[in-house]
Design a protein around this ligand. Structure first.
Ligand code: BG6
Length: 512
């Protein structure tokens, strides 16, 4: 069964006005994030005329490239990662306003060279002193770069211009370090200048959770403990750690995915309606959910959390190596590549409704879904029907890769007896709105240029997210795992991940 559009929709509708005139300064311009995400996102924005005419870009990195060499590299990257054609007018446009400044970000002299370059760009491109710094560097440099920008007078907002700084994830590696970093950068910046990114919020389907919940009158009245049995969130990846072993082996799945991406999905699913879509209103409601998540006592960590590490297996029909044999990973690594948690939210809407979440590398399928399982209908009418045939109403928000929403319900199978079958009503984004190339960073970069921080994390949210996982980090550290690797590549994770639900008489719906 599928739904149809009641009214024709404009395809590819976009916000009308281009971003504010500005110069974007990318620290870490020679890295993977820049070529795979940021440049393609800028290219997609340029194509939609959402970049201001008065725009320039400075790439900052340690590599001693010449400007022409950097421009050539950017053109190649745009062709490879954004699918730009060779004779691409948008690439020409971007490259005309592209600069490169090599050097050491810890050296105060570097900023003394950046300053006149920015002034020269203001003059030439009319960027009027609006600077938007993107920290795509290793997280260890975040505080240092901010301090240096402050010292050089490049972070000050005065005379009508703005200065904004985007912090890539991870923001800290635990609660204490996140707090310390917040304190450090706030000595130089005000909260309004700080944009802590979580690229999940750039995904259309993640943003759609709010629109779906709050623009449809029919769901909100049943979006609570009276009607919902539990919520499941799965973020499955088929890839292993690839070339990121050095970072990942110190981080692990819990730090890498939970306090940020997964808690975004939890808060958007669970929050109360905000009074408006303004940044503070939305983030206030998200923060309340983070604070309402029941803190784990050490014994809860033993019963309500699961960790795993992938061993050898088969992925996409090909043999896949164990985590411990990946580049830059310790051969006796105790780092988890899978995590499953049962969270409880202590508020009036959600008390006693578990939120089960799981994520992992080298799982059976690349899929991100939020599943809402509703309570069963009373059985009285169907006493003779086996319980398993009655099924549950499931509302599934498919975040990726097949973006959409589906609703499963019971229907009578045609015939002389009352026999029930499960049917599904499905909405696929691509059927209605087509699919446009997007990295998820377009909206976030654009929002920085117009000064809208709704989709960015505030300091208190970051700290509240870390507070949720900190007890788990502590117990896991004190009790190293004894059974790693404990799941085969290409499976759905360790058996304990399944047991987490079966113990409660439930089962994972995604990928089963
Ligand atoms: C990143 C994590 O933040 O998100 C990666 O560091 C993970 O480990 C990635 O693979 C997942 O993002 P997406 O958009 O592919 O779901």
């Amino acid at each position: 069964m599928s739904a149809t559009l009641t009214e024709p929709q404009p395809q590819g509708q976009t916000p009308a006005r281009p971003g504010d005139r500005c110069c974007l300064v990318i620290f870490g311009a020679s890295g993977d994030l820049t070529k795979r995400k940021l440049l393609p996102a800028l290219y997609n924005l340029a194509k939609k005329e959402l970049l201001p005419k008065e725009f320039a870009l400075i790439g900052c990195a340690i590599q001693p490239f010449g400007e022409d060499e950097f421009r050539h590299q950017v053109r190649q990257d745009l062709m490879q990662f954004a699918g730009a054609p060779e004779d691409c007018k948008f690439c020409d446009w971007l490259i005309e306003r592209l600069y490169y400044l090599p050097g050491d970000f810890k050296d105060p002299q570097y900023y003394q060279r950046l300053k006149p370059l920015l002034a020269q760009i203001d003059e030439k491109h009319g960027t009027q002193g609006n600077y938007f710094y993107y920290l795509a560097t290793t997280p260890g440099l975040f505080g240092e770069v901010v301090k240096q920008l402050g010292g050089a007078g490049l972070a000050e907002e005065s005379g009508g211009h703005w200065r904004r700084i985007v912090f890539e994830k991870p923001f800290g590696h635990d609660l204490d370090s996140a707090r310390a970093l917040n304190q450090e950068i706030k000595q130089i910046l005000t909260e309004d200048q700080i944009y802590r990114i979580d690229h999940y919020l750039g995904k259309e389907t993640v943003q759609n959770i709010l629109v779906f919940r709050f623009s449809n009158g029919i769901f909100e009245p049943i979006w609570n403990r009276r009607y919902i049995d539990h919520v499941q969130i799965t973020v499955g990846e088929t890839l292993g750690v690839e070339q990121r072993g050095a970072y990942y082996d110190r981080a692990g799945a819990l730090r890498d995915m939970v306090p940020n991406h997964i808690l975004q999905l939890v808060t958007l699913t669970a929050m109360e309606p905000p009074v408006s879509f303004h940044a503070h209103a939305v983030r206030d409601e998200q923060a309340k959910i983070l604070h309402a998540i029941q803190p784990y006592a050490p014994e809860d960590v033993l019963t309500r959390t699961v960790r795993g590490q992938y061993g050898e297996g088969v992925e996409d029909g090909k043999p896949a190596a164990a985590y411990r044999t990946e580049p830059n990973v310790a051969t006796d690594s105790q780092t988890e590549t899978f995590v499953a948690l049962k969270l409880l939210i202590d508020n009036w809407r959600w008390a006693d409704v578990p939120f089960y979440i799981r994520t992992g590398k080298r799982l059976a399928q690349r899929i991100t879904e939020v599943v809402i399982q509703f309570r069963s209908a009373p059985f009285v009418l169907f006493r003779d029907t086996p319980v398993e045939k009655l099924g549950h109403n499931l509302l599934v928000m498919h975040i990726q890769p097949d973006e959409g929403i589906s609703l499963k319900f019971g229907a009578k199978i045609p015939g002389p007896v009352v026999d029930i079958g499960s049917v599904k009503m499905e909405f696929h984004y691509r059927d209605y709105f087509g699919s446009e190339p997007s990295t998820g960073y377009e909206r976030l970069l654009y929002d920085c240029m117009i000064g809208d921080a709704t989709l960015f994390q505030r300091a208190d949210m970051i700290e509240a997210g870390w507070s949720v996982v900190q007890p788990v980090l502590d117990v896991w550290k004190a009790l190293p795992p004894r059974n790693f690797p404990n799941y085969a590549s290409g499976s759905w994770g360790p058996k304990e991940g399944t047991d987490l639900l079966t113990r409660d008489g439930r089962q994972w719906k995604t990928g089963q």
